[in-house]
Design a binder for this molecule. Structure first.
Ligand SMILES: Nc1ncnc2c1ncn2[C@@H]1O[C@H](COP(=O)(O)OP(=O)(O)OP(=O)(O)O)[C@@H](O)[C@H]1O
Ligand SMILES: [Mg+2]
Length: 185
């Protein structure tokens, strides 16, 4: 069993806490602290589906299965780090810094364009996209890459969008447009 300790927590959402993997610095472990495993089960089902489709994991941290922890079942994912080794910050954090946005607008817009293309090319469906669930990984040259860390999958009763690129891409564009408009960049 793996022991997770408070100082190694790297992030926290409404439902889950995310910890550094104590035995692998390239991974993190997410445990549910609020609510049940239902969301996690849906997410993992979708991850397994993507794994079978052999998609690119360029902008989506890969899922590495579940392990037992002192806080209950833990889901293991790739940990997103910046070029200097620091755990990447969320897009929400970066957007809150108006000076940073002014100085880096081109890089942020380019990263957003890449993420949109990535989602469309791999037909990765998500629930509403939120800047708190996207990490901005900075590179040495000042550019960055976005990674979606939460809320992917399809909750439709008949998930045709997951199987059809035609319907899937339509859904992705709808979600994307709502997300992008709200950014007001
Ligand atoms: N792969 C990762 N690499 C680095 N940090 C991560 C990773 N996954 C999650 N985090 C950090 O942990 C936080 C919480 O994770 P996550 O968003 O999955 O929790 P949640 O409770 O499901 O969130 P929500 O409130 O959106 O439902 C993230 O906002 C992010 O800061
Ligand atoms: Mg989240």
């Amino acid at each position: 069993m793996i022991t997770l300790s408070p100082p190694t927590m790297i992030g926290k959402g409404l439902h889950r806490e995310c910890f550094l993997h104590p035995e692998d610095k390239t991974k993190c472990i997410k445990v549910v602290v609020n609510g049940n495993q239902q969301e996690t089960d849906r997410e993992q089902h979708y991850y397994n589906f993507l794994e079978k489709r052999k998609i690119s994991w360029e902008m989506l941290p890969r899922f590495h299965g579940n392990i037992e922890t002192n806080m209950g079942p833990g889901a293991v994912f790739d940990l997103i780090r910046d070029h200097d080794g620091k755990v990447s910050n969320s897009l929400e954090n970066y957007l809150a810094d108006k000076d940073y946005v002014t100085q880096n607008k081109k890089h942020i817009l380019l990263a957003l364009a890449h993420l949109k293309l990535y989602l469309l090319e791999n037909n990765i469906i998500s629930m509403p996209i939120k800047p708190k669930n996207i990490l901005y990984q900075t590179k040495q040259d000042g550019t960055g890459t976005l990674h979606i860390v939460d809320n992917i999958g399809n909750a439709d009763f008949i998930p045709i969008a997951s199987y059809s690129y035609y319907f899937g891409n339509k859904k992705i564009i709808r979600r994307w447009n709502r997300f992008f408009t709200a950014l007001a960049l």
